[in-house]
Design a protein around this ligand. Structure first.
Ligand code: X8Z
Ligand code: ZN
Length: 604
């Protein structure tokens, strides 16, 4: 998802009112003019930067990269000036909505450029070039075999059960990132300099300042949530390790150590759905495979998008505008390099909604399109807010909406829309829950560790000489995975993940994967399946339920106008991120996993 702050398109002309020039105490009136001005300019000028960025991502050339970097540089320089300008109103007593806008101006940036023009140009150029390098990334095997792009590598990791082939693809994808290492190091230096000029300790501290609580409290909050969900992850890890050991043998998978990262069905071992067949419990396997269903019906990429849109319209949301269908990129073009990593855009911050992805006909991409549309429907829901409030309550909210909807893609829902003849009965619940856990629970430590690494990189606790070692130390600590081969510092494995190369903060996904279960629980209650009712949450779909749609929309419309705790309250009646929702959802599975794991080692 791309918001104006992510894309660094904050832009406003320098503001100096007469009172400020002569050193007088600024008034509420001055503040109002400052904010109105900023809002209007940001609204107008974010368009230019979004358009340049769209072309950069969907048509990677040296020129599109240079133009996007320029647009971003202009925007960032002005947005930094604006953040500094807002400080002057620190001692003016402002009404809450004005104070919030000032706070957002000061804390909202993801990348702050130094004031020095040469450095400002350099950091934005590096940002564009790192993302471009990732987008163009290909594994070209020796011996003249054709190069593999990310789609091809993804397919091998998802489908092969041959360890040598898996290792080759895994190793191959990680060849794209060593060339990023030097640029990334310089990027860290310069972005930290920019953050410090705004009064933050470093870029990581700036990222942690966006959660309506002190930055240090936010870091503690994340630790608290991880400790809550860790036992569930450990149970899943132990069960999967054992099944993989049965499959690949004790020489490949240890009984009580970490799992080699190339065996889990995904380049980054962040989503284990693709090993479902290898680990499925024979007697409770629900017996259908959405990928196969979609393929056998000759489903086209556009059909997948229509399935997603129909879910939202069934809740009462208006259909997507015609420009969405005209301007989006749904599949990978054959004739040029693009950034395939899925994203959703609101180019004019009003109605010009788009997605950019390289859809494959798989269950994974069926879920991804729901994820992306969640961003688009959120963007449109808050488009009546002042521009400065046109964002999600916090960045985790933006990531959670489409996933919340996808939690309603239950067997019963698939029957309703004609993709499945008959829903499996309750005896298959463990299989269903296991499939979900392989997607959701497996992700949690990955969602956490990326920024644990980056926070340390930005703070200097991890030096450039330790980039790769620190990365794998954290992957071991949190995920319990190891690289399938030695990874010395000549590699730069973090850069083989989009969000590191593209400077997108990642803790948002960790939050999202916990909050989406809270949202699902609340919306399910509105749709007639409260917790503890005859329909368990993993069988409850809010499809077609206008009450749930209304409840969701009431939260989406708020945008970022209130602290996220208020938005959370609006939809769940709670003011905290609460991991009990995901734990309750998977409680029957955890019990079952612990039975399977009895007498076997857990942890690594
Ligand atoms: O990047 C994404 C979305 C776009 S915001 C496709 N996700 C994370 C990832 O792919 O690493 C969704 C889940 C985690
Ligand atoms: Zn997203």
């Amino acid at each position: 998802m791309r918001t104006f702050r992510d894309a660094v398109v904050l832009y406003a002309a320098p503001f100096l009112c007469a009172g400020l020039l002569f050193g007088a105490q600024p008034t509420v009136q001055d503040a109002k003019k400052f904010l109105d001005d900023a809002d209007k300019k940001l609204f107008d000028l974010s368009l230019e930067s979004s358009q340049a960025s769209w072309v950069q991502s969907t048509y990677i050339t040296d020129d599109s990269e240079a133009l996007a970097a320029k647009a971003s540089e202009r925007a960032i320089a002005e947005s930094v000036r604006l953040a500094k300008g807002a400080v002057r109103f620190d001692h003016v007593k402002l009404p809450p909505d004005m104070a919030r806008k000032m706070m957002l101006l000061k804390n909202g940036l993801v990348l702050a450029a130094p004031a020095n023009p040469a450095e400002s140009a350099e950091v934005t150029r590096l940002a564009a070039s790192l993302e471009g390098t990732y987008g163009k990334g290909k594994y070209c095997p020796e011996g003249g075999k054709p190069c593999m792009d990310i789609e091809a590598v993804t397919r091998v990791l998802a489908n092969s059960q041959n360890p040598a082939e898996l290792l080759d693809a895994w190793r191959g994808w990680h060849t794209i990132s060593p060339p990023m290492r030097k640029d990334f190091q310089r990027f860290v230096e310069l972005s930290n300099k920019g953050a410090r000029e705004l009064g933050f300790k470093d870029t990581g501290a700036m990222w942690r300042s966006k959660y309506d609580m002190p930055a240090d409290d936010f870091a503690k909050e994340v630790d608290r949530l991880w400790l809550q969900v860790r036992p569930l992850y450990l149970s899943l890890h132990a069960y999967v390790r054992n099944k993989l050991r049965e499959k690949y043998g004790p020489d490949v998978v240890p009984a009580n150590g970490p799992i080699p990262a190339h065996l889990l069905g995904n380049i980054w071992a962040q989503d284990w759905s693709n090993v479902y067949k290898m680990v499925a419990p024979a007697d409770t396997d629900p017996g259908y495979d959405l990928t196969q269903i979609l393929k056998s019906r000759d489903t086209k990429p556009l059909d997948m998008v229509h399935y997603g849109e129909s879910f939202f319209t069934s809740l009462g949301f208006a259909p997507l505008p015609p420009t969405f269908w005209q301007r989006s990129m749904f599949t990978k073009p054959r004739d040029r390099d693009v950034v395939c990593h899925a994203s959703a855009w609101d180019v004019d911050s009003l109605e010009d909604l788009r997605v950019k992805l390289c859809l494959d006909i798989t269950e994974e991409d069926f879920i991804t399109i729901h994820h992306e549309l969640g961003h688009n429907f959120y963007q449109r829901a808050y488009n009546k807010q002042p521009f400065l409030f046109r964002d999600s309550a916090n960045d985790g909210f933006h990531e959670a909406i489409g996933d919340t909807i996808a939690l309603s893609v239950t067997p019963e829902y698939l029957v309703k829309i004609g993709l499945l003849d008959k829903a499996p009965d309750a005896s298959k619940d463990i299989g269903l829950l296991l499939a979900r856990a392989l997607e959701k629970v497996s992700f949690l430590p990955f969602g956490l560790m990326i920024d644990q690494w980056r926070w340390k990189v930005f703070s200097g606790e991890v030096t450039p000489e330790q980039y790769n070692k620190a990365w794998w130390d954290l992957r071991l600590k949190y995920q319990g995975v190891v690289p399938p081969m030695d990874r010395p510092e000549s590699y730069f494995d973090p850069g083989a993940k989009y969000h590191v190369a593209a400077n997108v903060p990642y803790t948002r996904y960790f939050l999202s994967f916990i909050m989406q279960f809270q949202f699902h629980r609340a919306l399910a209650a509105a749709a007639g399946c409260p917790a503890g009712s005859a329909t368990p949450l993993h069988r409850c779909s809010i499809y077609n339920n206008k009450d749930a749609g209304k409840k969701l929309n009431a939260m989406l419309e708020m945008g970022e106008s209130r602290p996220w705790q208020d938005a959370m309250y609006e939809i769940t009646g709670q003011r905290q991120v609460d991991a009990t929702a995901i734990l309750d959802y998977f409680a029957p599975l955890q019990k079952w996993l612990d039975e399977q794991n009895k007498g076997k080692p857990v942890g690594w």
